[in-house]
Design a protein around this ligand. Structure first.
Ligand SMILES: Nc1ncnc2c1ncn2[C@@H]1O[C@H](COP(=O)(O)OP(=O)(O)OP(=O)(O)O)[C@@H](O)[C@H]1O
Length: 254
């Protein structure tokens, strides 16, 4: 396995009321290709900031972030935008779809903006993704008709249209009920099984139980990491995994 994302002495500070707020403190980590990783920690500990700084959506203050071995911290904005567009996918709690477009048009939209876009190829790809996430019958529906779980599936399809190497999720199940959460996690597990690296921020130990490594952040410090086997839905031991994560979080000061 090779490393897809690597952070060395990652620091992030922001200006706040004439002071510097030190959000991330000397974070060192590696994410391996094909891994499924969760980031947990108390509210305000820096989880989302970590995700944004690792994915180049935000700029680190000092240290290094490498994507597939290349330093991204020093790239120009346009170069970074190309990497985000072609190699990374993003899903958020706040789904942010375009209200005047159908489900399938929302999925196709990011791919159509590129100059050499072939609409037929993109349409076929989008259909396959809708099938994979079980919403192909809703393809032509308007976004306003979708449930939260359905819309999050659309957002996942949209994030996958460029076949990214890594999918970043900031609380992608945060606004969903437990049934939709389980369905979305099953989809993410399937995507991961096919080779896409997945990194999620979550408050939910049940969600983290479906990943294979949990990073625990407290006050901007990466204080602990828990490695597990890859989750296999065929032998569902997620309850046990969840209990062991909760125990581990408490042992580490939650
Ligand atoms: N641009 C910014 N300007 C000022 N403060 C910021 C900025 N970005 C983040 N913060 C602060 O940094 C801290 C970490 O924020 P972050 O959103 O990364 O935490 P989090 O662990 O994801 O929180 P939550 O679980 O509540 O979503 C918070 O106190 C937040 O208010």
């Amino acid at each position: 396995m090779s490393t897809i994302v690597e952070a060395r002495s990652l620091n992030k500070k922001v200006d706040l009321d004439n002071n510097k707020l030190h959000i991330l403190k000397d974070v060192n980590l590696e994410i391996e290709e094909g891994e499924f990783v969760a980031v947990m920690g108390p509210s305000g500990s820096g989880k989302s900031t970590l995700l944004y700084n690792l994915s180049g959506m935000d700029r680190i203050t000092s240290g290094s972030v490498k994507f597939k071995g290349s330093e991204i911290a020093s790239l120009k904005e346009e170069e970074l935008a190309q990497i985000r567009l072609n190699n990374m996918g993003f899903i958020f709690q706040d789904i942010n779809l375009l209200k005047n477009l159908s489900l399938i048009d929302n999925v196709m939209f990011p791919a159509l903006v590129s100059k050499n876009a072939d609409k037929n190829v993109i349409n076929q790809k989008a259909k396959k993704l809708l099938e994979m996430t079980g919403i192909e019958k809703l393809a032509e529906n308007n976004i306003t008709q979708g449930s939260g779980g359905q819309l999050q599936r659309v957002a996942i399809c949209r994030a996958l249209i460029h076949e990214p190497d890594i999918l970043f999720g900031d609380e992608p199940t945060g606004a969903l009920d437990s049934k939709s959460t389980a369905e979305i996690m099953a989809i993410l597990a399937e995507i991961n099984k096919k080779g896409t690296t997945v990194m999620l921020v979550t408050h939910d130990a049940n969600v983290a139980a479906k990943t294979e490594r949990v990073l625990f952040i407290v006050d901007g410090n990466l204080v602990a990491q828990k490695e597990m086997s890859k989750y296999d839905p065929k032998h569902d031991d997620s309850k046990k995994r969840e209990e062991s994560i909760l125990k581990w979080l408490v042992e580490n000061g939650l």
